[in-house]
Design a protein around this ligand. Sequence first.
Ligand SMILES: [Zn+2]
Length: 257
Amino acid sequence: MDIQVLGVGEAADPSFANSSLIVAADGFRLMIDCGHSVPSALWREVPDPDAIDALYFTHHHPDHCFGLVPTLIRWTDDRRSKPLDIVTTVGGWKQLALLFQAGATDPERSLSFPLRWIETPENGTLGPFRLHTALTQHSMPNRAIRLETGGVAFAYSGDGRATPESEALFRGADLLFHECLTVEPDPVQPFHAAYSQLADFPMRLGVGEMRLYHVRTGERERLAAACAADPRVRLARPGERIVLPSVPPATGAMILS
Ligand SMILES: [Zn+2]
């Protein structure tokens, strides 16, 4: 499994594109979220219009989905032909339909490739991945996602504070990307996570490594200092690539010679 980070920023971050990344395995590429400031990072990092096989939306705030229509228009200009799977909720699809309308884009007629809508499952498969999702505590429904393939597991929180369901989703993940707006919980932001609520995840949930993203502007240095003592935790960086090597299944047999 190969993770390519496109953006790590919060909604209105002046320095970083909105949080988004690509998870690839066996030649299949799943992009997670496509906010308003993501397209330029995507076009720069991944210029091939056929590179992305599927797009998953954690939720439908502008910093997670307003980049979709410009992205599809650019791919059409670049003659994409491959169908694109869009994995989201029924409510999310309705909102996307309004975005297409506002962007004078008819997904049936304006694009050079078909869109295929897949309703977000709690448990399912997508390309080479086993896929699981769970709700976090956010101001609109946000489904964190877990992807498993080749004996390794990657999880991504989307926005929001952890819930018992999302913690169960993250348990034992080799790599967890978690939203982390602040170091301490902000009483006026009950729908965003703070590091003090996440710090014990590596130990308590058996998470191998944790990357923090969607950090409040001006809070990155404090957060980096707060997590410096734990080598398993650090701030996600835009442009970084992380490879999770496949783990061969145990054969259950000893080879005797
Ligand atoms: Zn949000």
